[in-house]
Design a protein. Structure first.
Length: 128
C-alpha cells in the first residue's frame, strides 16, 4: 500500500508518495491532467490518497478514484491545527498530508456524491 499526499491547486498539484514504512519514494509537481497524474503514479498501486477539501478538490479526487485509488478528503482547518508549521511550502504540505494519512490521523470531511454535486452546480448557476 502506498500513501499519497496531494497539495492540490487549480492547474498544478504537488504529490508525495510514501511506502508503508514512511519512506518518501517520490515527490513532485504534476499538472492536473489525467495522463500526467497517471504517469506520476505509475507503479504505485494500490494507493490511498488524501486531499484537503476545497473548491476544485473533487476533480482530483474523482481522477484518483478512476485510477484505482481510495481517496480521503481532509478538513483543511483541522489539518493545519494538527500539523502547525512555521515554514509552509507545497512540497512540505503534501509530505505532511501523506504522513498524516499513513498514521491514520486525517480529520475527514463528508464527500458528497456525483449527483449531489451536479445538483449544487445547477443551484449555483440559477443563483448567479
Amino acid at each position: 500500500m502506498y500513501f499519497i499526499g496531494v497539495d492540490h491547486h487549480k492547474q498544478v498539484s504537488v504529490m508525495t508518495v510514501l511506502d508503508e514504512d514512511g519512506r518518501e519514494l517520490k515527490n513532485g509537481r504534476v499538472f492536473n491532467l489525467r495522463e500526467k497524474v497517471e504517469r506520476f503514479l505509475e507503479g504505485y498501486r494500490p494507493f490511498t490518497a488524501v486531499i484537503e477539501a476545497g473548491r476544485s478538490s473533487y476533480v482530483m479526487a474523482d481522477l484518483l478514484r478512476e485510477l484505482g485509488g481510495e481517496v480521503k478528503m481532509a478538513n483543511a482547518l483541522q489539518v493545519k491545527a494538527i500539523a502547525h508549521a512555521r515554514i509552509k511550502t507545497d512540497k512540505r504540505d503534501s509530505r505532511t498530508l501523506a504522513q498524516l494519512l499513513r498514521a491514520d490521523l486525517i480529520p475527514e470531511v463528508y464527500q458528497r456524491g456525483t449527483r449531489n454535486r451536479q445538483a449544487q452546480r445547477v443551484v449555483r448557476m440559477r443563483a448567479y
